[in-house]
Design a protein around this ligand. Structure first.
Ligand code: ZN
Length: 58
């Protein structure tokens, strides 16, 4: 077991990792952002809705 494999594997940071974020869209229309390497996905509430400017649910 080489001790050189000191990667961020079990680093449970609340923020996203430093991998390149991937964006996946569900068949329902939901957008997931996450990392396929860490297998951490998070549903994005931001739906591709028309720029209304009235749905600021942030
Ligand atoms: Zn990652």
């Amino acid at each position: 077991m080489p001790a050189k494999k000191r990667r961020l594997e079990s680093r449970q940071s609340s923020k996203a990792c430093h991998h390149v974020p991937q964006y996946e869209t569900d068949w329902v229309g939901r957008t997931y952002v996450g990392c396929p390497i860490c297998n951490r996905w998070k549903v994005m509430k931001a739906k591709p809705a028309p720029p209304d400017g009235k749905r600021l649910a942030a």
